[in-house]
Design a protein around this ligand. Structure first.
Ligand code: 5GP
Length: 204
């Protein structure tokens, strides 16, 4: 295998603290974050081009038609998609590209690009997840309940990922370490090390 970067797909319920963990990971120059496009409205404090590219439905559908997304999904009434060009360019540069996406999109990637690394992050319990969603304070009650219902549906999908990271309260450093451990382990598979391995095959 070449020095192409690794595509790392991270999913987990909203309120799982993925963002905080990934912010730590992204301090490393080896990693870049793929900014998604979405049709949902920006939340308070969200910046266009940093958190998401906030676009209209018609524009989103046009990009779908042109094949401009690695994957896309409809979630909670809005479209979310991963821009193809950014991902390919950075993988070619040898960067590890992190996609923070929901389960349907992750499963599209699993079919198309099984060599990617799939990581599921979640708090240690449903109670903790609910507490974090409520403390975030940026959402109405019905939005919180909808997000909890989505989490209840999505958590069993964790079984389809390569690794699960529990982001326990007060143990964020450990979750970051676990993330790097997962990436390290994924780099040790025979497929990822085939170039070195194959030198043995022709040695005799
Ligand atoms: P939020 O509205 O809370 O920012 O995101 C809702 C969900 O959409 C989260 O699970 C988030 O990870 C996911 N998401 C964000 N960007 C993308 C994307 O490009 N594709 C897919 N499939 N999901 C995304």
């Amino acid at each position: 295998m070449s020095d192409r970067g690794k595509l790392i797909v991270v999913s987990g319920p909203s309120g799982s603290g993925k963002g905080t963990i990934l912010a730590e990971v992204l301090k490393s120059p080896d990693y870049v974050y793929s900014v998604s496009a979405t049709t949902r409205a920006p939340r308070k404090g969200e910046i266009d081009g940093k958190h998401y590219f906030f676009i209209e439905r018609a524009q989103f559908e046009e990009i779908i038609q042109k094949g401009g997304f690695v994957e896309y999904a409809e979630y909670n009434g809005n479209y979310y998609g991963t821009p193809l060009e950014f991902v390919n360019h950075n993988l070619d540069q040898g960067k590890n590209v992190i996609l923070e996406i929901e389960v349907q999109g992750a499963m599209q990637i699993k079919k198309a690009l099984p060599d990617a690394l799939f990581v599921f992050m979640t708090p240690e319990s449903r109670e903790e997840l609910e507490a974090r969603l409520r403390n975030r304070g940026t959402e109405e009650e019905d939005v919180i309940n909808r997000r909890l219902a989505i989490a209840d549906r999505e958590i069993p999908s964790a079984l389809l990922y390569d690794y699960v990271i529990f982001n326990r309260r007060g143990e964020q450093d450990k979750a970051v370490e676990d993330f790097f451990a997962a990436v390290r382990a994924a780099s040790l598979t025979p497929a990822r090390q085939y170039d070195q391995l194959k030198t043995y095959f022709y040695a005799k």
